[in-house]
Design a binder for this molecule. Sequence first.
Ligand code: PAN
Ligand code: ZN
Length: 188
Amino acid sequence: MEYLEPFNSYIDMENWKLEPEGEGIIRKLSDMDDMYYDQEAAKESLEEDPIIYEFYTVKVPETASNLLHCISTINPGKIGDEYFMTKGHFHEVEDTAEIYLTLSGEGQMVMETPEGEASVIEMKKGSISYIPPYWAHRTVNTGDKPLVFFAVYRGDAGHDYGSIEEKSMAKIVVEEGGEVSIKDNPNY
Ligand code: PAN
Ligand code: ZN
């Protein structure tokens, strides 16, 4: 039997960097501009093309018996009145859950089933958000500083962005009169 050696990684709790850095993905607005409901605002913001979020994953074998884990940072900001957010995805292996532990900042986790049932729950420092099997999930930063969370999920879960790239998600999170407001997506 060949055993995987136990090991540590670290989160620098001051600037939220993973050490060692792991595998990083940076997403700019141009990677997901058609997901924002206000397409005119998205087009305008494309000139600047801000970094919306980045995430860094600890390298482990992507098998059902391992647990992938990563740290995600969503920057504060809005496209029109819609807050910066992740693309969102189903897992390729749909029957796999995930846990998000929020380390800093404030946000909302937008979820939906393949049938379109929606659920939105808060994220704040110390919240442990449970994403049950089958639910698509997207994270939205509603605060004025970075939203940082640690996620753990089955190694072979995979990411299926397909249907969300096509029609985004049922609920959007916007600022209305200085307040966070959850609305039906007019383009869904
Ligand atoms: C997270 C997400 C990460 C980035 O690790 O992959 O926050 O979001 P998108 O994958 O939607 O761009 C996760 O849910 N993994 O399964
Ligand atoms: Zn996931």
